[in-house]
Write a protein that binds this ligand. Sequence first.
Ligand SMILES: Nc1ncnc2c1ncn2[C@@H]1O[C@H](COP(=O)(O)OP(=O)(O)OP(=O)(O)O)[C@@H](O)[C@H]1O
Length: 273
Amino acid sequence: MRLEEVGKRYGLRGGWVLRGVDVECRAGEAVAVVGRNGSGKSTLLRLAAGLTRPTRGTVTGRPRVVGYVPDRFPPAGRMSATAYLTHLGRVRGLGTALSAARAGELLDRLALSGGRDAPLATLSKGNTQKVAVAQALLVPPGLLVLDEPWSGLDASAHEVLAGLLAEVTASGGTVLFTDHREAVARTHATRSLHVAGGRVTPYGESGPSDPVDVVLAWRGSGPRPPAALPGVRAEPGPDGTVALRIPRQDTDALLLAALREGWSVARVTEAAR
Ligand SMILES: Nc1ncnc2c1ncn2[C@@H]1O[C@H](COP(=O)(O)OP(=O)(O)OP(=O)(O)O)[C@@H](O)[C@H]1O
């Protein structure tokens, strides 16, 4: 899918929210969109999903099936999660039995609690978010667009969502999402885009060789040894910590070795670019 020279303003008198946007999203990619509040991230996502039309420029090659998880999920009604998803599945061309089965499978995986037959209005924020995610995946999407999808989800649902996104990309779909926490966005993306001043620019590819900063503190018995670990940047300071910078792909092995030696992990962060 390609956005070419795309500009967007809301209403004739509104200022340009986005200008001259050139973005290509390929099959199998998970693209994170980062930027400050109000910078235009949701607008970019809605343009990609086809929910709003560009004021200028074109969007071409959008996959036929688009799943969309909005930042605020509206249906706070009397319908239950099961009824709502089954209904939507039928609207999207699945038969009743298949819709109900797919709805049940997704709600199982996302571990919806609060009652899948209870009115949607009675569900908690996180459980409502699970229904929002489920509706976007009823029919496997060629393009999955998610606006702050992790907000309100607990840790185990985070992992399930990450798995669901990985399944979309593994089957040749494209995932486009925002998260205001840059670290979360980068963790789940193959590359990121930055929105600022109406412009969209690449924010660097993320990959297995990206640098990760690790800070370790000595907790072992006896005096602190010199850190015999790769990537040491600064030897232990007075607070007993040592700083290392290593490729992301080596993090697990390094942390395991460090823990065995008697170090404890104080911090792991993506290295500043
Ligand atoms: N439907 C609309 N009508 C008029 N203005 C809008 C509309 N939607 C968004 N805007 C304006 O466009 C600008 C960008 O909004 P957008 O929601 O795309 O930003 P965002 O980066 O997603 O923000 P946040 O991080 O707060 O969700 C804002 O100034 C906003 O007020």
